[in-house]
Design a protein around this ligand. Structure first.
Ligand code: HEC
Length: 128
């Protein structure tokens, strides 16, 4: 004789199997996807440039020459609000900020790679 609980459990299992199919090979991709998607999202958030940190870096190290809103008062300095010098990939800007150019000092050793990535995200946001 089966008791009530066992019958209930069998019915429940049956319902689940009708809804999702029997566990087997064909469900593995679905399970993999359920794990992979949140993982990718979490990783992207963790490695995305931090705009707010970028603003702090900018205000501390860049504003004096490039202006609070990216509009410089000094001739020869690119106007970020116009998008001057921004039509380039991040890797180019990254190298430029590390090495410095003309009057602009090199920030290699002064800013971490992460801070440079953050400040690039902020500088890009200054374009009107
Ligand atoms: C001492 C003044 C000064 C400071 C401080 C300064 N810059 Fe500049 N920056 C300049 C000048 C001048 C240029 C134009 C250089 C040239 O083309 O000869 C420039 C150019 C640039 C360019 C374009 C580079 C290129 O390859 O054309 C970027 C991007 C930039 N600055 C970002 C920054 C960031 C980010 C900071 C802060 C971390 C910063 N700058 C700090 C003066 C400065």
């Amino acid at each position: 004789m089966m008791n009530e609980r066992k019958v209930d459990r069998r019915r429940w299992m049956h319902k689940v199997q009708v809804m999702f199919g029997r566990p087997g090979l064909c469900r593995r991709p679905l399970i993999a996807l359920l794990i992979a998607v949140p993982t990718v999202i979490v990783l992207q958030v963790a490695t995305a440039a931090d705009y707010f940190n970028g603003r702090e870096v900018y205000d501390t190290f860049c504003q004096s020459c490039h202006g609070a809103d990216g509009r410089s008062m000094t001739p020869g300095t690119p106007d970020f609000s116009n998008g001057d010098g921004m039509f380039r990939p991040d890797s180019d800007l990254f190298a430029g900020i590390r090495q410095g150019k003309g009057v602009m000092p090199a920030f290699r050793g002064m800013l971490s790679d992460e801070e440079i990535r953050d400040v690039i995200a902020y500088v890009r946001s200054l374009q009107k």
